[in-house]
Design a binder for this molecule. Structure first.
Ligand SMILES: Cc1cc2nc3c(=O)[nH]c(=O)nc-3n(C[C@H](O)[C@H](O)[C@H](O)COP(=O)(O)OP(=O)(O)OC[C@H]3O[C@@H](n4cnc5c(N)ncnc54)[C@H](O)[C@@H]3O)c2cc1C
Length: 401
């Protein structure tokens, strides 16, 4: 198996790179905003960063790159999944602002599979043009790994559904327009049945949001409460009571969307550069055997990550659903995010723990931030334990526990 770009892919790689160099401020990759494989910040901390991210988003939309692999008739460019992967790789390498992972990366592709023609006509153009942004309303206080436990109800009442319940860990809900959520439409049915998908307007009366601060003290998560919220009947997406099966499709898209392999490479290059240019006990750190071994191990893991990214893209291009591969990719990439942070902490010692920038802070105080942020990546979008269960069952045919 050889992953060599063809001429068109090579040209696209260069086009994305030129675009990023032109459209991002030259110092953007140096701003310590995001750890690779982590979740993008919902706020950019400074107004200037936020404005840069918004201007950049507009440029991406103008290029038609928000929905790059979608069919042309739905506002896409019909690029291959390999080209999408190239785009994601370069974007993450340049630490470009994450434009719209959920609406364009998860909801749109799922809608194209399960939505009716009317629903596609209603939502797809708005997603493709970047007019609306969405958040994921899956988790509840008693339903995380086991989403069949969701208790939020959506009961039919005339031309509407009436929503009651609570969602939690709702990333970015406070800055989005709509929820893509699951609710119980038949409370008397068995757990996996009687669940449906909805698109719910954040502005609907009866919604209360409360911030939940993450480990970095930032407002990224929310608790969202629904109290007799009325949702138009046509906002039930896909088949009524078949939401759990639709969810499997949406989750596969989610796990492939969140990789950002180029970001690992960039972070790693910075650490390698640091050990080459920093002395400890009068000698360059790069001469230390333990440092070399640890970095060689990370280099190997990054290469594995790249192979998995290209392989998954190739499978998608051949029309195969990467059920198991997306779980493998999720485990490998998010655990790699942790390994890089742990190795950096290890080899830089106490210096790596200086949280504010000072003359002694390695790599702009990004390491302690990454060390904390990378913890959650193995939990969001399904924990590593759950992914390993999927790999064992679906991939290896091993029995359910
Ligand atoms: C950064 C981040 C962003 C998130 N964003 C969103 C979002 O936008 N929208 C949303 O809906 N949710 C979001 N979540 C929630 C996330 O999906 C859940 O946290 C996750 O699915 C785990 O569920 P839980 O927290 O209820 O843990 P639990 O399901 O209670 O799991 C607790 C522990 O038990 C383990 N475990 C559970 N069941 C099994 C099993 N069968 N076999 C082996 N081990 C098991 C788990 O792996 C875990 O270690 C986010 C979470 C994080 C960390």
């Amino acid at each position: 198996m050889e992953f060599k770009f063809n001429e068109k892919e090579e040209a696209f790689y260069n086009e994305v790179e030129d675009f990023l160099k032109k459209e991002l401020p030259p110092d953007w990759p140096d701003i310590p905003l995001v750890w690779p494989g982590g979740y993008s910040p919902s706020g950019y901390r400074t107004e200037e960063n936020y404005k840069t991210a918004e201007r950049f988003r507009a440029k991406i939309i103008e290029k038609g790159w928000l929905t790059i692999s979608w069919p042309k008739e739905y506002g896409g460019k019909e690029y291959t999944n390999m080209e999408q992967a190239i785009f994601d790789e370069r974007m993450s390498y340049y630490r470009a602002p994450v434009v719209d992972v959920i609406a364009a990366g998860i909801v749109g592709p799922t809608l194209l599979r399960i939505g009716t023609e009317e629903q596609q006509k209603q939502w797809i153009p708005k997603i493709a043009s970047g007019e609306i942004r969405m958040w994921l309303g899956y988790s509840e206080p008693n339903a995380g790994s086991d989403l069949a436990g969701i208790q939020t109800t959506a009961i039919e009442d005339g031309d509407e559904y009436v929503l009651n319940g609570q969602k939690v860990w709702s990333s970015g809900a406070h800055v989005m327009d709509y929820a893509w959520l699951i609710a119980r439409t038949d409370p008397s049915a068995r757990r996996h049945r009687g669940v449906s998908f909805f698109i719910v307007d954040n502005k609907s009366p009866g919604i209360t949001m409360r911030p939940v601060l993450n480990i970095l003290g930032q407002h990224h998560f929310n608790e969202v409460f629904y109290d007799n919220v009325r949702v138009p009947r046509e906002n039930l997406i896909g088949q009524k009571n078949r939401g759990f099966y639709h969810l499997m499709t949406a989750l596969d898209f989610e796990r492939v969307t969140l990789v950002g392999i180029g970001g690992f490479k960039r972070m790693f290059e910075e650490i390698v550069d640091y050990v080459k240019t920093t002395e400890r006990d009068g000698r360059p750190m790069s001469e230390n055997r333990s440092v070399k071994n640890k970095l060689a191990e990370i280099a190997t893991k990054i290469e594995i990550g790249y192979i998995l990214v290209w392989r998954t893209a190739e499978m998608l291009d051949k029309g195969r659903d990467p059920h198991v591969e997306s779980s493998i990719l999720k485990v490998v990439s998010t655990e790699l995010a942790q390994s890089i942070a742990e190795v950096a902490m290890d080899i830089m010692g106490p210096y790596a723990q200086i949280v504010e920038e000072s003359d002694y802070t390695p790599i702009r105080a990004l390491i302690p931030r990454g060390f904390l942020e990378s913890i959650s990546a193995t939990i969001g979008a399904g924990t590593s334990e759950i992914q390993r269960n999927i790999i064992a069952r679906r991939g290896l045919g091993l029995p359910r526990e």
